[in-house]
Design a protein around this ligand. Structure first.
Ligand SMILES: Cc1cc2nc3c(=O)[nH]c(=O)nc-3n(C[C@H](O)[C@H](O)[C@H](O)COP(=O)(O)OP(=O)(O)OC[C@H]3O[C@@H](n4cnc5c(N)ncnc54)[C@H](O)[C@@H]3O)c2cc1C
Length: 422
């Protein structure tokens, strides 16, 4: 049954459920759990990405790609409620995790907000088909939290721009296709007023992608060196020097990830997190199900799950209806960050001796120690929780802004290390 042009949510849900069960593999218990765990090999990681592209294409062919994206760009033109229903139904089944973030949000979301008609028509359908994987070229070796302090420069040369600089902590750049880049186009104005956003193919002469190995062996992160990379002006997003307008929306979409109507993330949690149900498995495999302290820890994990779910729902409704300012997305980002770090700590505490040394047959307790060492990634990636606290205090609660020595000063004249550039 449908109302008007749009299929009603319940009918859509039934259709989605049948398709998911008929076409996607259920995830084995405990799969996808953990904090940025190392893959078996590069080949296995590439094969996993290839499978995700395939699933994304299956979504597209079945009419489930870009559920809330406009129809003119290949989306389904449905609502956030339809997307929510799909995300609920796909819980427990394989899904293209690495394509949804950051390709769909923030990158495709930024394209929808600021892209030209040609840019949207070129890229959005390709994204929805799994043909283009996008990454965020935002962080720099000398500017992470202070995003507006980017040093990567773009200099106009006829119809092109020439980019030079370095970006870092780019998740998955080595297997992705396109980057959304924040670059400095004007050094003679204060830092927020001299930035511009560009898009560029990652694998091309002038871009060197180096992988960074983390302490658990994960090599997902990359650092890129850009040397005289030529970008046509038609690949600029937004106005010249107005990259901060694009950038603030970009960061909004990044913080919104778990509430975004543009993203398929299983309702029972994104891959790579630890949930309370998994805490029970850890306690069982550690032989501690009857231990009152273990039960306390599991209870805390369950409480965090419930509060996260309720808070995200409230934020999502508030932001969609406009009752909450966009900056409130930082509340969700803050809470999911500290909660994920805490839940990882709970799993470490539950695992007992296996937290220090484990073997492959230790079941759910294996690698809890590794996860613990990496627990802070949830408080750093997507902007740090300290910055989220700043946003909440200054932009949501209206408290005084923190002092900044570079306010009102041309970026060229801001002291930074041994030498200034420009
Ligand atoms: C899992 C993960 C995925 C990531 N993926 C990407 C990606 O795909 N693309 C990308 O571009 N980047 C990515 N990053 C990088 C991430 O965005 C940055 O690491 C982050 O913004 C922090 O920047 P930084 O590492 O330079 O730390 P710094 O900015 O040097 O900060 C160091 C510490 O100081 C604190 N701090 C700094 N300034 C203030 C202030 N004014 N008030 C209070 N505290 C402050 C910070 O919160 C932090 O705790 C990722 C990071 C992680 C962990």
């Amino acid at each position: 049954m449908s109302t008007g042009d749009i299929e009603d949510v319940e009918t859509f849900r039934q259709r989605a459920r049948a398709w998911i069960r008929g076409n996607l593999a259920p995830l084995p218990a405990g799969s996808g759990i953990g904090v940025m765990r190392a893959g078996e090999s590069d080949e296995a990681e590439l094969a996993a990405v290839a499978r995700q592209r395939e699933i994304q294409r299956m979504f597209y062919d079945a009419g489930f790609a870009g559920i809330a994206f406009p129809r003119e760009y290949g989306g389904q033109g449905l609502t956030a409620d339809h997307q929510k229903a799909f995300s609920e139904e796909i819980s427990g089944y394989e899904y293209p995790a690495d394509i949804q973030a950051p390709t769909f949000s923030p990158c495709a979301a930024v394209l929808l907000d600021f892209g030209t008609e040609e840019q949207k028509r070129q890229h959005i359908p390709a994204i929805l088909k799994g043909e283009e994987l996008w990454m965020q070229f935002l962080s720099e070796p000398s500017a992470g939290s202070d995003v507006a302090a980017a040093l990567t420069s773009a200099v106009r040369d006829g119809d092109d721009w020439i980019l030079n600089g370095s970006k870092i902590w780019t998740t998955g750049a080595w297997w992705s296709d396109w980057g959304l880049v924040l670059a400095r186009t004007n050094w003679d104005v204060p830092k927020h007023r001299g930035l511009t956003v560009f898009i560029l193919p990652i694998h091309q002469p002038g871009i060197e992608v180096n992988r960074i190995e983390m302490l658990n062996g994960n090599k997902e992160f990359c650092q890129e060196y850009l040397t005289d990379v030529r970008v046509p002006d038609t690949d600029r997003i937004g106005e010249v020097d107005d990259g901060w307008t694009v950038g603030t929306r970009w960061m909004f979409h990044e913080r919104m990830l778990h509430n975004s109507p543009l993203v398929t993330i299983p309702a029972d949690g994104a891959r790579g997190t630890i949930r309370a149900t998994h805490l029970v498995e850890i306690a069982r495999d550690a032989g501690r199900l009857e231990d009152p302290l273990a039960r306390d820890l599991i209870g805390e994990g369950r409480m965090l799950d419930l509060v996260t779910h309720a808070l995200q729902g409230r934020l999502s409704r508030g932001l969609r209806s406009g009752r909450m300012p966009d900056q409130s997305a930082a509340i969700g980002r803050l809470f999911t960050g500290v909660t994920a770090a805490r839940t990882t700590t709970l799993s470490f505490n539950l695992a007992g001796g296996a937290s220090a040394a484990w073997t492959d047959d230790d079941g759910a307790t294996a690698e809890c120690g590794n996860d613990f060492l990496l627990r802070q990634v949830s408080c750093i990636g997507g902007g740090t929780t300290e910055m989220a606290r700043n946003v909440v205090s200054e932009r949501v609660l209206g408290m005084p802004r923190e002092p900044a020595k570079d306010r009102g000063i041309a970026f060229r004249d801001v002291p930074r290390g041994a030498s200034n550039r420009g």
